[in-house]
Design a protein around this ligand. Structure first.
Ligand code: C2E
Ligand code: CA
Ligand code: CA
Ligand code: CA
Length: 279
């Protein structure tokens, strides 16, 4: 038994050492990665439920790592949120998106909005509105072309401060989407005080395969509430036809999910933009 425990702890140590080493490598490499453009912005299309037309996209970052290859955000964003690098990376992503929007504007493409993720750390930076307005001016864009996705859980920490910041962003013309809505943090009472334009439903609502009457009831209730509050609703994580049909019955405005398209490189999304213009 003693020997077995020894083995167990050795494995555990190895695992922990591996994780720490990996994190150290990421931390040492992140600045260079930014400078060398190893971070790549992918776009996942959003569609209108009513007519099926292309309605915009969400920008999702990937890391094309020289040793490890293509890395998904789950592999590095949590660390960047802890070590503070997320604010640098997010600003990089926002600028890339603004540059794309400018390029599409010049090419005469459909003027669709792109959503960017704004992490909790960004939102508590006092100069967030200045940073964003600077970008919008630099790339000569209407602020409404940039949608800001702020995760529901960010609102709980210091509601007073975030409400003030988000109010300011809306005054400036940015469109605010509450991401992961219903994942468990916001109370309905708080929703009432939150400045926002679009509710982005947490994937669990869409993906719960059970489709119990109660689940459907909650979804219906959220849709009604959104209508009352004059908010649009985006359903993300739609993977199957059944999920889409269930959603169609209940309502909502936009959909995003693997059933329609996975996040894709800019060039691929541009093909969709051109097709949308012809339709
Ligand atoms: P999120 O903002 O909730 O983004 C949605 C995630 O769901 C994305 O994962 C997307 O690829 C994935 N997804 C889309 N459709 C489906 C579907 O039908 N089924 C399933 N199972 N998943 C779907 P991704 O790209 O791996 O990003 C994960 C998270 O990382 C994001 O969750 C977001 O919180 C964060 N993230 C990604 N890019 C950025 C960024 O540039 N800045 C910040 N701060 N966070 C980012
Ligand atoms: Ca998001
Ligand atoms: Ca999220
Ligand atoms: Ca989400």
């Amino acid at each position: 038994i003693k020997g077995q425990y020894g083995k167990y702890f050795a494995t555990y140590d190895d695992e922990l050492r591996g994780k720490l080493l990996r994190e150290q490598t990421i931390t040492e490499g992140m600045e260079a990665a930014l400078a060398q453009e190893q971070f790549v912005v992918y776009l996942q299309p959003k569609y209108s439920i009513k007519d099926g037309g292309l309605a915009g996209a969400e920008a999702l970052v990937r890391w094309n790592h020289p040793q490890w290859g293509f890395q998904h955000p789950g592999e590095f964003i949590p660390l960047f949120e802890r070590n503070g690098f997320i604010t640098r990376l997010d600003q990089y992503v926002w600028e890339k998106v603004c540059a794309m929007l400018r390029e599409w504007e010049e090419k005469g493409y459909e003027p669709l909005p792109v959503s960017v993720n704004v992490s909790r750390a960004d939102v508590y930076q006092a100069d967030l509105p200045d940073i964003l307005i600077h970008l919008i001016q630099k790339y000569k864009l209407p602020p409404s072309r940039l949608h800001l996705e702020i995760t529901e859980s960010a609102y709980t920490e210091n509601p007073g401060q975030i409400i003030a910041t988000v109010n300011r962003l809306r005054e400036l013309g940015f469109v605010i989407e509450m991401d992961d809505f219903g994942s468990g943090y916001s109370s309905l009472n708080m929703l009432n005080k939150m400045p926002l334009d679009i509710l982005k439903l947490d994937m669990n609502f869409i993906q719960s395969e059970t489709a119990k009457p109660a689940d459907q009831g909650i979804l219906r209730f959220i849709m009604d509430l959104a209508r009352w509050m004059n908010l649009s609703v985006v359903a993300e994580g739609v993977e199957t036809k059944t999920q889409l049909e269930r959603l169609r019955e209940i309502g909502g405005d936009y959909v995003q999910g693997y059933y329609f398209a996975r996040p894709m490189p800019k060039a691929e999304f541009e093909v969709l933009l051109l097709e949308a213009a012809k339709a």
